[in-house]
Structures are given as C-alpha cells and as structure tokens.
Design a binder for this molecule. Structure first.
Ligand code: ACO
Length: 429
C-alpha cells in the first residue's frame, strides 16, 4: 500500500508521496513542494533531510546498527579485510577469489605515483599538514591522468584502484618527507597494510620491518570500520561535487577537505590533542570534564557524541577491543590512555553525557591505537581518509550511474537586507 503525507500551508492542503526504504525508513518526497506551494523546507545541518536514495550503507542510529551492502559491521570487522570490504562497498557484492585477486592486484599496480608527481610532492613545505598534501596530491593525480576527465565508465575501475592505492602511498611518502627519510616506491608484492607500514617506517625502503599481526589487524579493522558511513559530511560533499559531473579525483579531493574538520574526521586528532593537553595540565580528566559540563571555554569532550548514533557507536565497541589487543601486544603503558579510560568511565555515568546521549565514537579509540603504532597525530585524519576512500568512490559511482540525477543545488531562506539603492562613496555616512 503506497503511503502519503498531507501538508497544509495557509489553508491549502497538498498530498506528498512517501518513500519507504528497504529497512522500513520513511521519507516524505517533497520534490513538488515548491512548485505546488511556493514554500521550501528549512533544515540547518540536514538532520531531517534525505539528500538521496542509496543502496550502499544502512545505519540505524537508535539501535547502533551499521551495515555495508547488508553485511553487519561487526561481522565484516571480524571476518573480512579492507580490500575485500572495499570491493563490497564499491561493487555491491562480496567478490569471489578471482575478482578479489584482480581488484587487489590492480590497486597494488597503481599504487606508485606518476614519476612527474614527485616534483609537486617535494615542493610542499616540510611542515605542511598531511591533509593539505593529500588533497593537493589527489588533484595533482588527475593532471597526470587527464583521461579521467572523459569519465569513461570503462576506466572507472582503474581510477578507483589508483585512488585507493595512491592515497596510502601519498600518506606514507608525506610522512617520510616530513621525517627526512628517502623516497621509496610501493612494493606490489606486499599486502596493502604491510606495504603502507613499510613505506611509513622503513628507514631505507629495503629493510622491511614486519609489524606484529595485531598491529596489521588493528589497522585493517580501522580501515574496515571507516570504509563508508552513509551521508556524512565528506560523503555528502563528494556526492555534491559529483553531481556537477566533476571527476572522481576532484570529488575525492573535496571529500578530503570536508573530512579535515575537527567535528568530522579531524576528531581523532582532536582527541589526542585534548588528552595531551589534559596530561600537560597535570589533570586526570576531572577538571576538564567540569569545564565541558559548565560549557566554560566552549570545550567539548572530543571523541564523544554523534549526529546519528544516539545509544552507541557500533564501531567504537569493535575498535575498543582492537585498542586493548594492540596495547597489550606492544606492552605500551600510556598516561594518555589512562586519562582516556578515566574520561570514558566518568562520562558514561555522568548525567550531562547520559541525558544528551553522548557516547564514545570511533575516533575516541582509533587515535590511541594509531599513537601506539607510531603514527604521528597530524596524520590521523589522513588514515581516516585512506579508510573512507572506497565509500567516497562507491557514492561517486552511484551518482554517476543515476542517469536521472540532478545537480545538487539546495535553496535558502534569505534573511539579508531588502532592496536598497546604491550610495556613492562620498555620500556614505
Ligand atoms: N562534549 C560535550 N557536549 C557535547 C558534545 C561533546 N562531545 N557533543 C554534543 N554535546 C552537547 C552540546 O553542547 C549540546 O548541549 P545542549 O543541549 O546543552 O546545548 C548537545 O550535546 C547536543 O549537541 P549538538 O551539537 O546539537 O549535537 P550534534 O548531533 O549536532 O553534534 C557532534 C554531533 C558534532 C559529533 C558532536 O557530538 C561533537 O562535537 N562531538 C565532538 C567531536 C567528535 O567527536 N566528532 C566525531 C564525530 S564521529 C565522526 O566524524 C567519525
């Protein structure tokens, strides 16, 4: 039975069709609202607005459910791995062995930067923020592969593979540059995570220091957990840019920019900075939490709260286990971790946080794992971007495949000055 909604504005009633998603989510289709009534909707922050229909990721924030293409995140984190999950997110199905092998090989084959890209790369200041470098290098990649501008669908898999492969390469080479370590090339014979860690930490590129299986696994799980997250700020940005028919590279670079902010992907860096600050002030977290609750100094408990998850973030439960395993394996006693545990325990029982449904999100623990592995704090958001790349690519593909798709162009309620006459400079009071 089709469902509808009635809306009455100034005595005039209209009927609007309802769209029901495959998990029963109900949306009111307001596409005809303005033409029928002259009114638009206003929803700052888009908390009540569905911007698209999508078959990639399902989230139920009340129940703490996250699924990629129907598969539960806990099952994928336990049984899948990043490249397999990337294939699933982009192509919609789990790959068979042949398809996974071809997908992984293509990523490994395209992981090296174009020789001429090295010049751009080395021209950045030594202390350039890695997110700025990542965004710039993704844009630069499209200058080395102008065929992307034709947006030929046959080339899509190659461009997608290049983005997944080169995002890790750019991240690791940027780290090497900042440390004064020599340039090295990716090693296609290694797994994605092993190659990334080798590029990050091998002093000369020849020495392959194999990290412990717990470290490789934890990083893999972090990437799986970040692979997609429905219409978050960066993914919506990717879709918006894609809607203008811009290239995959331009859209992905825009995603990097949106992800950078501390209320989004920048939160994992912000968590570590918050913990470091609390530690440097000789606080165990108690004074800090009081300031957060008093709202003095506009401080927030970073790594807590989520726009969508209002009971718990399912990714946080999984990553907390990985965090414990890595710290036990690396025998790391970390005063920042002690502060994090104290903040977590206190906040979970404090009425301020409980009444506002503020729980730890994925960023609360991912930063601690990355710190234990030796990844510098300013690179945390770059690792988020490596993980999120398949989700951006899948969303870009969905926009491109929607032949009816329109350019994203929201409206606004104008609140500025009404019409007034121009005043010459010498007549302005
Ligand atoms: N610490 C303290 N108070 C908070 C926090 C927090 N982390 N988050 C929300 N609040 C409070 C707000 O001050 C507000 O209080 P009020 O009702 O007294 O005014 C109330 O909770 C609601 O806050 P909103 O900002 O309206 O919640 P919203 O859903 O818009 O924000 C957000 C979600 C941005 C994630 C927010 O919780 C936050 O800033 N968290 C810290 C940053 C963070 O960890 N971001 C990562 C998000 S996950 C991700 O991107 C992977």
């Amino acid at each position: 039975m089709s469902r509808t909604a009635q809306l009455t504005i100034d005595g005039t009633s209209i009927e609007l069709p309802a769209i029901v998603g495959s998990e029963g989510e109900l949306g009111i289709d307001i596409a005809t609202l303005r033409s029928k009534t002259g009114a638009i909707t206003l929803d700052p922050g888009y908390g009540n607005t569905g911007s698209c229909e999508s078959a990639i990721t399902f989230i139920d924030g009340e129940q703490g459910i996250l699924r990629y293409r129907g598969y539960d995140i806990a099952e994928l984190a336990e049984r899948s791995h990043f490249l397999e999950t990337s294939y699933l997110v982009i192509h919609g199905e789990l790959p068979d062995a042949v398809a996974l092998d071809a997908f992984s090989r293509r990523i490994a084959e395209h992981a090296a930067l174009a020789p001429s890209a090295r010049g751009h790369f080395e021209s950045f200041p030594a202390d350039a923020h890695p997110m700025a470098v990542l965004g710039a290098m993704i844009h630069a990649a499209s200058t080395h592969h102008p065929e992307i501008l034709s947006r030929r669908i046959e080339d899509f898999d190659t461009h997608a593979a290049r983005l997944i492969g080169q995002t890790a390469t750019i991240a690791a080479l940027d780290h090497r540059r900042s440390q004064g370590l020599p340039w090295i090339e990716p090693d296609p014979s290694l797994g994605y995570i092993e190659n990334f860690l080798r590029m990050m930490f091998s002093p000369d590129g020849r020495e392959v220091r194999l990290p412990s299986s717990e470290v490789v696994r934890a990083l893999d799980v972090i990437f799986v957990l970040h692979a997609d997250h429905e219409q978050n700020c960066s993914t919506s940005t990717v879709r918006m840019v894609a809607s203008s028919r811009a290239s995959l590279y331009a859209s992905a670079a825009a995603g990097v920019s949106a992800l950078w902010g501390p209320l989004h992907g920048g939160a994992n860096q912000a968590v570590l900075e918050m913990l470091t600050e609390i530690h440097s002030e000789g606080d165990d977290g108690t004074r800090f939490l009081e300031q957060v609750k008093n709202k003095s100094g506009n401080r927030r408990l970073m790594g807590f709260g989520h726009r969508v998850y209002k009971n718990f973030d399912p990714r946080a439960l999984i990553i907390k286990q990985q965090c414990d395993l890595v710290l036990a394996r690396l025998h790391k006693a970390d005063p920042l971790l002690d502060i994090a545990k104290k903040l977590e325990e206190t906040a979970l029982h404090d009425d301020y946080f409980v009444s506002r449904k503020l729980y730890p999100n994925v960023d609360f623990y991912s930063g601690i794992i990355m710190r234990a592995i030796g990844i510098p704090t300013e690179m945390f958001t770059v690792l988020f971007a490596i993980g999120r790349m398949p989700g951006w690519i899948a969303n870009y593909k969905e926009v491109m495949e929607d032949k009816q798709g329109k350019i994203s162009r929201p409206r606004q309620i104008y609140t500025g000055a009404t019409r007034r006459a121009y005043v010459a400079p010498d007549e302005r009071g």
